[in-house]
Design a binder for this molecule. Sequence first.
Ligand code: CMC
Length: 388
Amino acid sequence: MTVCEYSPGLEGIPAAQSSISYVDGKNGILEYRGIRIEELAVKSTFLETAYLLIWGKLPTQDELSEFETDILYHRRIKYSIRDMMKCFPETGHPMDALQTSAAALGLFYARRALDDPTYIRQAVVRLLAKIPTMVAAFKLMRKGNDPVQPNDDLGYSANFLYMLTERPPDPLAARIFDVCLTLHAEHTINASTFSAMVTASTLTDPYAVVASAVGTLAGPLHGGANEEVLVMLEEIGSKENVLPYVEKCIANKHKIMGFGHRVYKVKDPRATILQSLAQELFAATGYDDYYDIAVELENVIAEKLGSKGIYPNVDFYSGLVYRKLGIPNDLFTPVFAIARVAGWLAHWKEQLAVNRIFRPTQVYQGEHNLPYIPIEARVVAIDSNGNK
Ligand code: CMC
């Protein structure tokens, strides 16, 4: 075994061999199973893309229809899961509600047969079908309202918007939302996918795999950034304030949300597509004043930080699109999770075929052979400010 140098954040360390997706960060290229994201955004649908990611090939018409029908059939959640969700605090973050609910699925579907393709397919279908229903249900239940039942006449994305907003969305909104899901479906081994893979490597159930990935996606350096972007745009407030805001952030070494990426050193191709979706949506449904601030921010950051490879990432324009679609701010990251379930499951399935439990090593920095000091002999350390 080759001994690698310690790399903080595991930067540059391969953790798997994979054929699910490919990112070229210098040239801004993203492919799912070899197909460019720009092509999938225009020609595919989220469910077809999920099938492609998980089963490694584009489905035939029959395969796709069967997959869509299976998912439609499994969208409802059990009453006991809804009852459980009713007990969640209304102030709880929807990502925490989602993590708990996803983990709870493992209690209700406890059979685990990781070598049975029928079991694998059922788990994939259940997770893709039920996660959107749970996200929408919590949105209504935290206000004391009953959740809206899935509508069998609506497709995957239209049905989610319907359950969320309690009215059928117009076709443009449903299509744009579906493209957003496709764009967020997979992105190689990022933090949440790695989390899914580590959990999966113990051969636990897929609901635990997805729950642990949801917990990882929630953080502001990962999926949580999309929520923070709108807060930041509101704080900036006007185009004139953009330059002083950026200068202050740089001087104080504050990260600007929605910018920078471990892999992309140019504008994230998904941000480019999301920006044009935002423009399309605004042209049809009315402008968002914060869009001008966002564009100005992108320009100022290109000038100030472009030399470091800091450009908009996927989270920068997504919030503006989601807000226009009627999605509340704190549901942006759960929406990211709805999409990313496809990628997590693709990695889960790929890894099962060649599984080895993850067990990295560490560079120990501590001491050795210290004596055990009895409690009455221990001295309280006090720093120069008098703090214990
Ligand atoms: N604003 C200002 N400076 C930045 C930013 C930013 N958003 N991102 C990176 N930098 C600077 C950073 O200060 C550092 O400069 P220096 O070399 O002078 O110290 C340099 O660029 C490298 O940054 P890093 O933090 O070492 O890079 P990383 O690869 O560890 O972090 C990142 C990547 C995404 C965590 C980081 O860019 C960041 O915190 N961005 C803001 C949060 C965000 O938008 N996250 C969403 C990521 S994309 C979607 C997803 O993964 O979920």
